[in-house]
Ligand binder design. Structure first.
Ligand SMILES: NC(=O)c1ccc[n+]([C@@H]2O[C@H](COP(=O)([O-])OP(=O)(O)OC[C@H]3O[C@@H](n4cnc5c(N)ncnc54)[C@H](OP(=O)(O)O)[C@@H]3O)[C@@H](O)[C@H]2O)c1
Length: 323
């Protein structure tokens, strides 16, 4: 297969390109070269997608499939116009759903209103999710047989967000570790390499359909037990954390993977069944933890987000000192 990966210089799109090369495909990555490096074995075409597609992108042999991770509608429009005859796999997000509160997940849930302009996707969840809704529609209008994959939290080596790395860093802890929220709160993740392998398979088979791209949900306590097998988890409730100014999900003051409940009871409780039936094969989370930890140890530039271990110890001390 001749595969065009739009991106390829970081995390998921890079893993897609690497997996396609590993399977013997002819892979072209189009990017600006700003986010990192492409994996060995691919051909790079420089393209800033704010500009028209360069001739170099379209002059060679035709592409069998395109994998796109864009957040910006005009980027998707330009790519569809430049490569009109390929199969498409579009990587979207579960942030397209309007409601994250239903503990059973969104099902066939309502989507956010479309945002068709090029806004800043990082400015708000409405921008990001709404722009992805518009991108999905553009792809499906142009290529009705396209696959649309909506990942949940993507984890594993090379994650620029540093969220799962917070837990991987603590994976060898033997003492007390602050566990946020309630042990039974549902969480789910997907390893970037499993997602990439599935995306390449969808391209190979010219498969279509819209899927949530995520491994099955499980109680937070199970996931942390797999990530931190020797730690003693101390569950600290969300009211205490909120009163202490700890942020959910991501950022320097956050505890990653922790979400405010009940507003986000459904965010990490999507039905993985259709993706599993369509070929997603999630590896055990302890394997992801081990490899993420190895990446942290090997790469000084690897990012971790979240509170420091000193702040965690202070919080635990204050939690225990409560009446
Ligand atoms: N991380 C998560 O937990 C999560 C969860 C749900 C969904 N997702 C989705 O999963 C995908 C992740 O993709 P990713 O890991 O590959 O990271 P990404 O940040 O979405 O990908 C950026 C890629 O696109 C390229 N790019 C960005 N702007 C460009 C421009 N103007 N012109 C040309 N290329 C441009 C970048 O290359 P250069 O900068 O080098 O040009 C890079 O290779 C996204 O679709 C995201 O929305 C992520």
């Amino acid at each position: 297969m001749r595969l065009l990966v739009l991106g390829g210089t970081q995390f998921l799109s890079r893993a897609v390109a690497a997996e396609a090369v590993r399977r013997g495909h002819d892979v072209v990555c189009a990017n600006r070269g700003q986010s990192g490096t492409v994996p060995p074995g691919v051909t790079t075409v420089r393209w800033d997608r704010d500009q028209p597609a360069p001739a170099e992108l379209t002059d060679g042999d035709p592409y069998d499939a395109v994998v796109d991770v864009a957040r910006t509608p005009s980027h998707v429009r330009r790519a569809l116009a430049a490569v009109p005859n390929a199969h498409w796999v579009f990587v979207s997000t579960i942030s397209v759903y309007a409601d994250h509160g239903d503990p059973a997940g969104p099902g066939e849930g309502r989507l956010l209103p479309e945002v068709t302009e090029d806004l800043d996707p990082m400015a708000s969840l409405e921008n990001y999710g709404g722009m992805k809704v518009a991108c999905e529609r553009l792809v499906l209008e142009a290529v009705p047989s396209a696959a649309v994959v909506r990942p949940g939290l993507i984890v594993g080596p090379g994650d620029p967000s540093g969220r799962f790395a917070y837990w991987a860093r603590r994976s060898t802890a033997t003492g007390d570790v602050l566990a946020p929220g309630r042990p039974q709160d549902l969480v789910q993740v997907v390893d970037v390499r499993d997602l990439a392998a599935w995306v390449v398979g969808l391209a190979e088979h010219r498969a279509g359909g819209t899927y949530d791209g995520i491994a099955p949900e499980r109680p937070f306590a199970d996931l942390l037990a797999a990530c931190l097998p020797d730690a003693r988890l101390v569950w600290v409730d969300q009211e205490f954390l909120q009163a202490e100014g700890v942020e959910p999900w991501s950022g320097p003051d956050s505890i990653p993977l922790w979400l405010p409940r009940p507003e986000y009871d459904g965010m990490l409780a999507h039905d993985a069944g259709p993706a599993l039936e369509a070929g997603l094969e999630p590896r055990p989370v302890d394997a992801t933890t081990r490899d993420t930890r190895a990446w942290l140890d090997a790469d000084p530039a690897a990012r971790i987000t979240g509170i420091t271990t000193e702040r965690e110890a202070e919080l635990l001390a204050r939690w225990r000192a409560q009446p």
